[in-house]
Design a protein around this ligand. Structure first.
Ligand code: GLU
Length: 429
């Protein structure tokens, strides 16, 4: 029997291995310049910090935080901060690389980074999390910045976390820099310089990608069944919009278990329940509790992994019934599983496209802060839809022209843009 620690270790190693294999595969297909390949296969900067924080009981605990900056050839480093026990250097490296491909594919003037703290935030009070976040921000110092590296929410971090980072960053700057640094983080609360629509941007983007995919394949989403792993910000908003479209949420899995109802689970009802129950699905009434291992094998049309990496593996891929997997999470499908699924004709909308609505929303927030503008929700939504439609269209085109799968097509587009930037700029000195 494998221990929890071994499982975590495997998951972390797996992510870096996964992203490298995806990168190598696309690079081979497109015949990437070997010198540019050498640059892109490695990260630019890797920061590891240890910092002490006083706990509520007066004891001091020392935490480990990471920020990995993979590439900034196209613009400032960009990517989230996650608070999770699986966060370490390799995990941050993998996730930072995915950010580079994601921002490049979306056509943004941004690079890729990722980081976080190796903790289980459920073990800490809100006041402790605030102090941990502020002290982490202080430890990052000038390694982040509005024109250098811009963090955002990720697993177990949210708008509140970003507000603490902003406030700490501002408080440690000289007075004349304080009010011009709002764009040091994105995903802030709207009242603290955040953008309308950023909260739903990732999930809305997941929904849009599913809708574009369905249109492309002449499929009507009405009555289609979908299952969601992870009912955080991404899972919830994707479900919200799919339900509005007439699709039916039949199963959800989170850290507290798996629930199923063939007749449908009401999205708002579940969200309200979770708000009252520690953000967990366990105990939700009117559903059948099923075995976690049975989750991915459920009968459905759309499967949305919106939790952590390496969830769909050779162990469960064979049993998946969905027509399409929409990757709300980063790296949820490993290479072996992907090959098995593609062989069976299951479509996979890859993470760097499927969940790119989040970073596109972040880009809009960053632009508004930088230009002193405030956009209405309709404007943000319309711009997001336009950008995602373009990305989706580009991916479909390359997929058909080069006869590759959707992920390889997305990677080729992303890498080609970076290749061009390096070719035109040359290598210093
Ligand atoms: N954490 C999100 C992601 O993985 C958002 C990153 C951002 O907005 O910078 O794409």
């Amino acid at each position: 029997m494998i221990t929890k620690e071994e499982k975590r270790q495997k998951q972390k190693q797996g992510m870096l291995e996964n992203v490298m294999r995806q990168f190598n595969n696309a690079s081979d297909r497109m015949g990437l310049d070997p010198d540019i390949r050498k640059i892109l296969r490695i990260t630019n900067n890797e920061l590891l910090v240890h910092f002490p924080v006083k706990m509520d009981n007066g004891n001091v605990e020392v935490f480990t935080g990471y920020r990995v900056q993979h590439n900034n050839a196209l613009g400032p480093y960009k990517g989230g901060l996650r608070y999770h026990p699986t966060v370490d250097l390799d995990a941050a490296r993998a996730l930072a690389m995915w950010m580079t491909w994601k921002t490049s594919l979306a056509g943004l003037p941004l690079g890729g980074a990722k980081g976080g703290i190796q903790i289980d935030p459920s073990h800490y009070s809100t006041a402790e999390l605030e102090r941990i976040t502020r002290r982490f921000t202080f430890a990052l110092g000038d390694n982040i910045g509005p024109e250098l590296d811009i963090p955002a929410p990720d697993v177990n971090t949210n708008a509140q976390t970003m507000a603490w980072i902003l406030d700490t960053y501002m408080s440690t700057k000289s007075p004349n820099e304080r009010s011009t640094n709002l764009h040091v983080v994105t995903g802030k609360p709207v009242g603290a310089g955040g953008s309308e629509g950023r909260d739903r941007a990732t999930g809305y983007g997941v929904y849009l990608c599913i809708k574009f995919w369905a249109e492309h394949n002449n499929i009507n989403l009405k009555g289609r069944k979908f299952i969601v792993q992870g009912f955080g910000n991404v899972g919830y908003w994707a479900s919200f919009f799919l339900e509005k479209e007439g699709a039916v949420l039949t199963a959800v899995q989170d850290v507290s278990g798996s629930i199923f109802n063939s007749g449908g689970i009401e999205v708002e009802k579940l969200e309200r329940y979770m708000a009252r129950h520690d953000r967990k699905i366990a105990g939700f009434p009117g559903v059948e509790v099923i075995d976690n291992d049975a989750f991915f094998a459920l009968d459905c049309d759309i499967c949305i992994p919106a939790a952590l990496g390496n969830q769909i593996t050779e162990k469960n891929a064979g049993a998946i019934k969905a027509l399409v997997i929409a990757e709300g999470a980063n790296g949820p499908t490993d290479i072996q599983a992907e090959n098995m699924l593609l062989d069976r004709g299951v479509a996979i909308i890859p993470d760097i496209l499927c969940n790119s609505g989040g970073v596109i929303g972040s880009y809009f927030e960053w632009l508004q802060n930088r230009n002193g503008e405030i956009w209405q929700l309709e404007e943000v939504t319309a711009k997001l839809r336009k950008k995602l439609r373009e990305s989706f269209g580009r991916v479909m085109k390359v997929m058909e022209e080069r006869n590759v799968d959707m992920r390889t097509a997305a990677f080729i587009i992303a890498i080609e843009r970076l290749e061009q930037a390096y070719r035109q700029r040359g290598i210093f000195p």
